[in-house]
Design a protein around this ligand. Structure first.
Ligand code: URA
Length: 471
């Protein structure tokens, strides 16, 4: 028997359309097997209209914020069955409210994997889009080409609008293209892969696309033809392409703020594999810093490291590279470690806060100090890293690191240069942050402070030798 209902969604990312239809179907008691789902313009229109038109729904039912959040992400997956799968899950959830907690359930597992893949792809896009400046002689515009695995362009666009707020840009993709004019994000049709720019042909592709789709004289006609010219307001946070965690229905903003101040702390630390932790942390949303950062910058170094060095947070270079201490502070740290006789490749290097915090100033991103809720929200990762590495010594560099390592504000001046026992007996040492040394204005004072820093690292090396002899 043919399914009795055929639902046509406006576009691949039409979550609102899916939600409206799913709600009406569920309230009308339409079984999942009795529905087919399609996206307008992708498959032929159904030969016959729905045998039974959907009645406007009466009554109400609610679903958890967790489901909405999951569905908003999973619907962006490229799997053609996602609409049907999500409706089946919704249908089943009505009779089994705890179903989402059953990770082994095939529908739950599949939808969760889809949502994860979408988040990964979004991060890949955030980390790998590189703009090229075009038309410098007239009015510059920044253009990038990207091939997403899933339908993530609208989801990712607000990130680029915040990050590159001061420059007009376009991201061209085969699905849709996103544009920022300094005021609003707009979405227009994609570029066929057969027309994808090769090597240095981005400018050519851009000009062709501009002429056929964006030229103001033709824009109106094109919008009508393609049905895909969508505009989003200047503050992309307020647009309908909100980040997933914020747009979850029924999830008040306060819950997000609470997450930042009260991170889920693990009571007993189980030793995780550091690579698994890294993967988990890639999706961290415990505080709002992930929104503007390129990626989570997790710790790096051997799991068997004897020393764990903790800094404050990734800087501009680290944010782009996805690795801690690779910028100017990292170079100074490398030099000091060498002078202290410590091999950096044997050390586990991490930060108290794993996302870059900054304010944009033109093309520059100005570092901002993380606040206490952000440090607390991120502390779960430091704790799990420490449990996984189980170092003989933790070196906290600077006030933010010391606050994370000791779980409270710990002044550097009073505590630096000698071993302090942490609650579980691990030894810790406090010293200044390498960036502080870069900022000391007076050359003599700078050299003195640097030598003190090297001295602290030498104490760390000596403590290690001592603990090795005692073992
Ligand atoms: N400063 C830090 O605290 N960490 C880095 O990774 C880089 C600079």
């Amino acid at each position: 028997m043919k399914p009795a209902y055929s639902i046509t969604l406006d576009c691949e990312t039409d979550f609102d359309g899916w939600r409206k239809a799913a709600r009406a179907l569920a309230l009308t008691e339409v079984q999942p097997l009795d529905v087919t789902w399609r996206v307008r313009g992708t498959t032929p229109e159904p030969f016959e209209p729905s045998a039974s038109p959907l009645e406007p729904p009466h009554g109400a039912f609610s679903v958890s914020a967790k489901f909405v959040e999951l569905a908003q992400a999973a619907i962006l997956h490229r799997d053609g069955e996602r609409f049907a799968l999500l409706y089946r899950l919704l249908w089943r959830l009505r009779g089994d409210h705890d179903l989402l907690n059953v990770a082994t359930d095939p529908d739950v597992a599949r939808v969760s994997a889809m949502a994860k893949a979408v988040h990964r792809d979004t991060q890949r896009m955030q980390a790998s889009v590189r703009f090229r400046e075009i038309g410098r002689e007239h009015k510059s515009h920044f253009v990038a080409w990207f091939e997403p695995e899933h339908h993530i362009v609208e989801l990712a666009a607000p990130f680029f609008a915040r990050r590159f707020a001061d420059m007009p840009w376009s991201i061209l993709t085969p699905d849709v293209c996103a544009h920022w004019d300094g005021h609003a994000v707009s979405i227009t049709r994609g570029i066929d892969t057969s027309e994808a720019p090769t090597e240095n042909r981005l400018e050519e592709t851009w000009r062709r696309y501009y002429a056929s789709v964006l030229d103001p004289a033709r824009l109106k006609a094109n919008a009508l033809q393609t049905g895909i010219s969508r505009k989003y307001p200047r503050n992309p946070q307020g647009s309908s392409i909100k980040p997933l965690t914020e747009s979850a229905e029924g999830l008040p903003g306060a819950m997000i703020a609470n997450a930042a101040t009260e991170p889920p702390m693990r009571r007993k630390q189980a030793a995780d594999d550091i690579e698994i932790l890294r993967e988990e942390a890639a999706d961290c949303r415990a505080c709002p810093l992930w929104k503007n950062a390129t990626q989570t910058v997790f710790g790096e170094g051997p799991q068997a490291a004897e020393i764990m060095l903790v800094g404050e947070q990734p800087g501009d270079k680290e944010d782009l590279a996805g690795k801690p201490f690779v910028g100017p502070a990292g170079q100074l740290l490398d030099r000091a470690l060498k002078e202290a006789g410590i091999d950096r490749s044997k050390v586990y290097v991490t930060n108290a806060v794993k996302h870059f915090k900054f304010v944009p100033r033109g093309k520059i991103r100005l570092h901002q100090k993380p606040n206490t809720p952000e440090i607390k929200a991120c502390r779960q990762w430091y704790e799990r890293e420490r449990a996984a590495i189980n170092p003989a010594l933790v070196v906290a560099m600077g006030a933010t690191a010391a606050q994370s390592v000791f779980g409270k504000i710990t002044p550097i001046g009073k505590n630096r240069g000698h071993a302090i026992n942490l609650d579980d007996g691990t030894r810790a040492l406090v010293t200044v942050h390498p960036s502080y040394l870069l900022r000391v204005p007076d050359a003599d004072a700078k050299a003195r402070e640097y030598q003190r820093f090297v001295g602290d690292l030498k104490i760390a090396a000596a403590l290690l030798r001592k603990s090795a002899r005692a073992a």
